[in-house]
Design a protein around this ligand. Structure first.
Ligand code: SF4
Ligand code: SF4
Length: 310
């Protein structure tokens, strides 16, 4: 990280201000200095952690408390010490993750090829991860929502939030930090954002299940019958009054639902594991298209616009 020079925002001559000013002036110059050299928003958790570490290591509080009684020479010595400590801390910590958890609260990682080993070592299990299938809507880094062109596996989020479910907010820690997924290791909040992962890097269901024929065949058949793009097109046709689209659409919905029931009832899998094997329920996908799929007591689905069921 290129070191920035402090230009003294509140005074043209910070030395003069430091020599003559009370502790409040010293505190303000120090704050401005840190904002420039840390190169992250003062509101960010990363800034707060680095600032705390620097101030503890440099004895900032003692200097601040005694500032008004210090001679100009002592102030200069104290200030130089603060700058030296902050430079050393930045060399040591400035280009690394300080585990502030901010990125963990903003989303969970998409898994990449090297993460296959996390399943083999049982760091991750089938309940920790779900599949976003091709055609499902996803939000890009720029905040644009578009259908995925390829499937991806993601670590679950805490329900109702975007927070990764391995993140423990109470003590700002990751439950699997030493074994965190590749995308977390590539986080680079202190520099240029890491380039987006290419499709060839993604870990997908084929890597987990191709060697388990009874599961892989189910996945293939489910994908064939419940393909998201196909279902979206059928829904659009139905909305346009083409009644023939109804049968294959309801067939897909029922197949998706009863296959999950079979996996839970006969194979004794958890609902979460079915979200990995089959992706999220088709009824959830339809909700993203503005349609509520309601399972009636007779065990069949009916559709209604989302607003009508709100
Ligand atoms: S990579 Fe994430 S957890 Fe690490 S310092 Fe940056 S925002 Fe915080
Ligand atoms: S796996 Fe750990 S490091 Fe990665 S986003 Fe989740 S809590 Fe953060």
């Amino acid at each position: 990280m290129a070191e920035k020079k402090f230009m003294g925002k509140i005074h043209e001559e910070p030395w003069e201000a430091l020599a003559k000013g009370p502790r409040e002036v010293f505190g303000k110059i120090w704050q401005d200095y840190l904002s420039e050299v840390l190169q992250v928003s003062p509101q960010s958790e990363r800034y707060k952690i680095l600032r705390r570490e620097i101030e503890q290591a440099a004895g900032f509080k003692e200097v601040y408390d005694s500032w008004n009684t210090l001679s100009p020479e002592s102030r200069a010595v104290a200030w130089r010490r603060l700058m030296t400590v902050s430079r050393n801390q930045l060399l040591e910590r400035g280009a690394s993750c300080v585990r502030c958890g901010q990125c963990c609260e903003q989303g969970s990682p998409t898994l990449l090829g090297p993460d296959l080993g996390l399943f083999q070592r049982e760091v991750l299990n089938w309940n920790d991860v779900y599949t976003l299938r091709s055609g499902e809507p996803a939000t890009s880094r720029e905040g644009k929502v578009t259908p995925l062109t390829e499937e991806r596996l993601k670590v679950r989020e805490v329900p109702g939030s975007r927070q990764c479910w391995f993140y423990l907010a109470a003590n700002q820690s990751c439950r699997i930090y030493e074994d965190r997924p590749e995308q977390c290791r590539r986080q680079n909040c202190w520099g240029e954002p890491a380039p987006a992962s290419g499709p060839e890097e993604l870990l997908q269901r084929v890597h987990l299940f191709a060697a388990v024929p009874e599961i892989w065949e189910l996945i293939r058949e489910h994908q064939e019958r419940c393909d998201c793009a196909k279902v979206a097109a059928l829904l659009s046709d139905l909305g346009a009054g083409r009644e023939a689209a109804g049968d294959p659409l309801f067939e897909a919905l029922h197949f998706d639902h009863y296959l999950r029931q079979m996996l839970i009832g006969d194979w004794e899998l958890t609902p979460e594991a079915t979200d990995l094997i089959l992706g999220r329920p088709l009824a959830d996908f339809l909700r993203t298209l503005g349609v509520n799929a309601i399972l009636t007591p007779e065990g069949v689905f009916r559709l209604e616009p989302l607003q009508a069921s709100a």
